[in-house]
Design a protein around this ligand. Structure first.
Ligand SMILES: [Zn+2]
Length: 121
């Protein structure tokens, strides 16, 4: 098993695999690649989104299966909007921009009082 993280400067805009937001040209981002249970994977994301993902890992990961990079999907799949809002609020002081981008991607689902976990957004 190995993992590598390298920092790059975006020459053109990219999409972040963690928050689904834009990585603007000229800003830095991380390229993550590794091997998990025999499969190679790679992801590209904002540096603070990577940190937020690691911070949420204990809360959301299935310890046999790990955790997908797509945080909107991971979160909306497992908990209700109210619970999601609580865990995002708990991270806001550490990763304010990453939390903002994630709330933007989840805005319709978070605003739905009747939504349950298990929704794919
Ligand atoms: Zn991001």
């Amino acid at each position: 098993m190995f993992i590598s993280e390298t920092k790059h400067t975006a020459r053109k805009a990219h999409r972040c695999d963690y928050c689904r937001g834009t990585i603007p040209a000229g800003t830095s981002y991380l390229n993550i690649s590794g091997k998990w249970q025999g499969d190679f994977y790679s992801a590209r994301g904002h540096t603070d989104c990577r940190d937020l993902w690691l911070a949420l890992y204990d809360e959301y990961a299935d310890h046999g299966e790990g955790m997908a990079f797509d945080l909107p999907e991971v979160i909306s799949d497992l908990v209700s909007p109210q619970e999601a809002q609580e865990s995002l609020d708990a991270q806001r002081g550490y990763f304010p921009h990453a939390v903002n981008r994630l709330e933007w991607s989840l805005r319709r689902w978070l605003a739905d009082d009747d939504a349950e976990g298990g929704a794919h957004v």
